[in-house]
Design a binder for this molecule. Structure first.
Ligand code: SF4
Length: 119
């Protein structure tokens, strides 16, 4: 039975099919073929979530994996990220967890963390 995918590599969102013989159709470019092969062999996702901080004005800060990680590691990665508590001011792009689960991918901050200025 043919498998259907929606390619998420670019906004066109091509509907790509793979038939029983492995023939790939519906993709408008080569990247769609690569996407489908990866989805069938080692699907990956960028993980976006939040971490706790000690600052009441910014109780949670958004983070993401800098690149996609294997889908099968998402829950383990979430468990590690949930243990993090940020205790200092940090900037966007700073590494929260390096090389998460030995994937070679860092988890980075996507929000500035600054204390409120004292008045
Ligand atoms: S197959 Fe190519 S054109 Fe279609 S969504 Fe994927 S990347 Fe975009």
């Amino acid at each position: 039975m043919a498998k259907e995918f929606i390619c998420i590599v670019c906004p066109r969102g091509c509907h790509v099919s793979v038939d029983d013989l492995g023939k790939i159709t519906g993709n408008q470019c080569k990247r769609g073929e690569t996407y489908v092969i990866n989805e069938m062999t080692n699907p990956k996702r960028v993980l976006t979530t939040t971490v706790k901080t000690i600052f009441p004005e910014v109780p949670r800060a958004s983070v993401k994996t800098k690149e996609a990680i294997p889908k099968g590691l998402i829950y383990q990665a979430m468990a590690l990220i949930n243990q993090v508590v940020i205790e200092k001011e940090m900037h966007i792009g700073e590494v929260i967890i390096p090389n998460i689960l030995n994937t070679g991918v860092d988890v980075v901050l996507t929000k500035e963390i600054r204390r409120k200025e004292e008045r």
